[in-house]
Design a protein around this ligand. Structure first.
Ligand SMILES: [Zn+2]
Length: 426
């Protein structure tokens, strides 16, 4: 508003000045516009001509400015469209790769790579289609060519490490992942595959360090914690006797229920002549949580010189084992076997009567038959044996992983299916 008023006042002033000049110069004035050309006109007409010329020049200047702005806008628009088309191309390629159309996806990504001078992203995607297709050799080749063109871009390095993994070149994969880790020390995307590669090469000491970092980043993740304890357990194997016991005790200080460490500790002691000490360690763990793997270890160690302690242990367990205990039926079954061997038929029968798990029905029936035989009840014994034959499944799988539920023939430190440690149970 104020500006308009200002314009108005300026225009008014100019008009007044022109009017004044015209009034003061009523005669004609000569105006030389070239050395030999002169026009003679009244001042008013000369001023009018100057104003018209000024207006035309201003208009032309404005037109030029507009034209340049329009040109710039058009360029920006074209660049934006090109970028959008590039992105569309990439997302279309990704969708194709997801759908298993690897060749088409690659054709699109190749177009994207050729079109741009700095699109490392598309090149990494291009190589990734080979990895997804199960052709790590081709992926590696494409990535190495990409490195020659773009240098050691992290995306390319990451793809290369994955290609090495696919080719089972674990050592080479570890080298590349470690290089990436120096740059991205808190990236789970690097830490986790590096951990897997270290597990594959059984580089347990390094694996412990990496897994520790993963556990810090993934707090409260039971699987990751199990992996850390497992890696520590494996790393302990390269220590001498004293160092091993210290490491196993450290593991148990973190998780007293990590039975694989308890068992290894007890067996280490037994091998060193400390049978009594070993059994005490197992008894302590059993008193807290009577798991079958602990019982197995106890039986194995006690069998040679302390067999009477096995029966004592089972008698004790039968008096207090809670119904909520997962392994309770397996414990009762084993207890019944030892009681029968010792001739304590009634107690064995009581233990067998409490077994509910149908998986143990056949074995329980056999033991019941043996008990009846010892009691001289031939008919009952035959009936029990027959029911055992009906209920038996061959071959009986006796262990199951708590983490992945895969079946296993015998107990071992680590699940053969999912790799969890100390996870097998009856
Ligand atoms: Zn498992």
């Amino acid at each position: 508003m104020l500006r308009r008023l200002l314009y108005f006042l300026v225009a008014l002033a100019i008009t007044a000045v022109i009017a004044g000049l015209v009034y003061l110069n009523p005669q004609q004035t000569s105006f030389t516009y070239m050395p030999e050309n002169t026009i003679t006109l009244p001042v008013s007409l000369l001023i009018l001509a100057a104003v018209v010329a000024g207006m035309v020049l201003t208009f032309l200047a404005a037109l030029l400015r507009e034209g340049r702005r329009a040109m710039h806008e058009w360029q920006v628009y074209r660049e934006k469209r090109a970028a959008e088309r590039h992105l569309e191309l990439k997302s279309e390629a990704r969708a194709l790769a997801l759908g298993g159309n690897f060749n088409k996806a690659r054709a699109l990504l190749k177009k994207a790579v050729d079109r741009s001078t700095k699109d490392v992203d598309s090149l990494a995607d291009y190589a990734n289609t080979y990895i997804l297709e199960g052709k790590p050799e081709e992926a590696k080749l494409a990535l190495e060519q990409g490195q020659a063109r773009f240098g050691n871009d992290p995306l390319l390095l990451f793809g290369l490490a994955r290609a090495h993994m696919g080719l089972e070149e674990h050592g080479a994969a570890i080298t590349v992942f470690e290089r990436l880790l120096a740059e991205y020390p808190n990236s789970l995307q690097v830490l986790e595959p590096l951990r897997n590669a270290l597990f594959s090469t059984k580089s347990w000491k390094k694996a412990v360090e990496v897994q520790q970092k993963i556990c810090e980043l993934r707090r409260d993740d039971a699987t990751e914690r199990n992996r850390l304890l497992g890696a520590r357990l494996e790393a302990s194997h390269s220590e001498d006797k004293a160092g091993r016991d210290t490491m196993l005790r450290n593991i148990l200080a973190i998780d007293p229920d990590f039975n694989a460490a308890t068992i290894e500790r007890a067996e280490l002691m037994a091998a060193d002549g400390g049978t009594k000490k070993a059994l005490k360690v197992l008894e302590k763990a059993l008193a807290k949580d009577p798991r079958i793997e602990l019982l197995d270890s106890f039986e194995r160690i006690a069998a040679s010189e302390e067999e009477s302690r096995i029966l004592k242990l089972y008698r004790g367990l039968l008096t207090w084992i809670p119904d909520t205990e997962k392994d309770k039926d397996a414990v009762k079954l084993r207890a019944a076997r030892y009681l029968l061997r010792a001739g304590e038929v009634d107690q064995a029968k009581t233990a067998l009567a409490g077994i509910e798990n149908t998986r143990f029905a056949a074995t329980a029936a056999v033991l019941r038959g043996l008990a009846d035989q010892q009691d001289g009840k031939a008919e009952e014994a035959t009936a029990a044996f027959n029911s055992a034959i009906d209920g038996a499944s061959f071959p009986a799988t006796s262990f199951q992983c708590r983490a992945c539920e895969a079946a296993a023939e015998s107990w071992s430190t680590r699940c053969g299916n999912c790799g969890a440690w100390s996870s097998l149970t009856v």
